[in-house]
Structures are given as structure tokens and as C-alpha cells.
Design a protein. Sequence first.
Length: 394
Amino acid sequence: MKPREIRPGIHAVGAIDWDRRLFDSLIPLPDGTSYNSYLVKGSEKTVLIDTVDPTMEHELWHHLADLDCRHLDYVVANHAEQDHSGMLLRVLEKYPQAQAVCTPRCKGMLMDFLLIPEERIMTVEDKQTISLGDRTLEFIHAAWVHWPETMLTYVKEERILFPCDLFGSHLATTDLYVTNEGRVYEAAKRYYAEIMMPFRGNIEKHLERLKGYQIDIIGPSHGPMYNRPAYIMDAYRSWVLNKPKNEVVLPYISMHGSTKVMVEYLVGALADKGVTVKQFNLENADIGKLAMALVDAGTLVIGTPTVLVGPHPNVAYAAFLANAIRPKLQFVSIIGSFGWGSKAVEQLSAMIPNLKVEVLPPVYCKGLPKTDDLKALDSLAEAIAQKHRERGFA
Ligand code: FEO
């Protein structure tokens, strides 16, 4: 594929990674991803904004050769993570006059993580500008969106924002801009859930801050660009600010069927009361879909059998994940079964300290649920429905 022109002298020079299926040895990538890099030429100076993952270095070199790019003045490192800055050292070696441009916090990270020589790094303050001649870059510090060193780069005259990971989507596509909004919405929501949601307080502040900028195009570092920025910014606002929905997320696993009976009973009871349930069997669930469901849910119910006194390890993993990504849900409960003794409820409860939630009475039974256990599940369903109504979850 050739470099794609965004504006005269501004090209997308990144790489599409159709085959990658796991990110950070953690995050599933069902639709691949891309590492977007942008070459911006001004009348006097030329800048590369972010690089690509080192596994795709050939793509970046091809694009720069196609554009006959023999000189770079700056390489902006919006973010030190390897999928964007992993090629920085190689690029600086190829272009010996170029300076890396980053936040003061990022400087140390580039030196530590990527062995970038200190003398090749130039730091910029929040709102500092660099002139390229007829074009101006403004740098917007955005700490903890999602790392502490992050910044966004704005090309003033063109009204283009390059926000690195913010607004990104793990989606391999040949489309330079979003063409299928539904598909990108799913991918961007998954990305938000997995990467950005723990930082939604900071994202809220930056969404507010970005209202002060006129933005015609957003060029994130993963997935297609947005030539209708309101589309993704409104989506982010809804994910960050909207009340939770009248939804329960129910990740569970069952070893001998007892927990599954309880899950199915509770799901039916909740559905009868008008509560939407998203059920995930953790034997084979897509953990990204689970994260995505947690963006909107009002309540999390965890279903687990007992393994050596504690929860099933897959359930412990899901609880750990939910605790780490800090969804805005407001209620949690635990259901499940044991054979002769269990501390699963206590152990799971201790694993979710980040969730600022009200814990609804758990329902834990010996073996298969009996009449009283089913009544307790009915009570739990009623409590959830009532709590959701009281909080105005729709
Ligand atoms: Fe796409 Fe935080 O790296």
C-alpha cells in the first residue's frame, strides 16, 4: 500500500497489522490493528508524528521512501509505548538531524525503555508550539490518558488532531477514514473498555479541554481516522459520562453444573423484571467483549464454583480484570456453589477494592440450588431491578 494523502504534504505512513491477535500479551485483537504514523511537511521543516511497532518497520521505511523523505527535523513521540515509539531509535539513526519531541515525563521513559540518547530528545511544555514554516504544531499534555507521559499533537492551520491512543480502535482496515460507523463504534468501544476506561476521569477533563480546539480531522494511532470528529467524541462522552444502563454483566464458570443452574435461573428472573443481562461463560469468553459490556453495566454478578476453597481461577481473572479497568457499575453480587466448604465470596470480595459499589447479598449454596436458594436468587433479581429503578438506570 502507498502512503495516503490527508492534505497536501500530510500523509499517513503507518502500517496495518492484519494478523496480530494479541496485544501486550493480554488483549485479544479479533480484527487486527494498525500503527498509525503521520508525516507532516511544512514550508521549512518536516516532522514524523509517532512511528510504528518494530514488527512492521518495513512498512514505515517503504512509505518514507515513496515520499522521498530524505530529511526529518522532528519525530514527535506522543507516547512512549513500544507500538508507537519502538521504532524511534531506528528513525533517529536514519535521520541524524532529527530531534525526538516529547513531554518532560516521556523523556526519561524513552531513555529507559528504548535507549534513546538524551541529546536526541527535546521536551515541550503543555501548549508549546513548534513552527514548521507555514504549519504549526501545538502540543497538548494529556497525562494519564492512558500513560503518565502522553500528549496530543494538533496541527493548527489544518485543524487536525493526532491524539495517539486516545480515540483509537484496534481495527485493521484499508479505509483511511471511518466508512462503517457501526463497525468502528464496536472496535473503538472495545478499545476504550480495555485501555482507556480506568482513566475516564482524566479523559472527561480532556474532552472538555478539546472543546477549545477546532478539529476537522482526528488521526489516532490505531484504526481509521475520523473526518467527522463529533462521532467519536460524542461516543466517548457517552461512555465516560452517561449513567450506567439497566444491565447486568454476569461472567461465570461451572464445573459440575450447579453454578450454571443458578446462573440460568437468575438470568431468567432478571429478564422477567426487565433487566438486560449479558452472560459470559469464562470457559471460552472473549475477555474484550466482557470489558466492553462493563462500560455500560449497572451491576456485576460473578458466578463461581469452589476450587480448593476459593473461586475458580478463570473467575478470579475476570474479577481482577473488572477491578483493574474500573467500570462505572454501582452494584456487585456473587453467586455460586461449593461441595464442603468455601471462602470464594470473601476471596472475590477482596479482589475488587477499586469498584466503588454496593455489595448485594451473595447467594452461595451447597451443591445444586434448593428451594430456598432459588428464592434467594429471586430476591437478588428483585433487589437489582429495584436498585436500577431507584438510580434511574434505563
Ligand atoms: Fe498504542 Fe499505549 O499504545
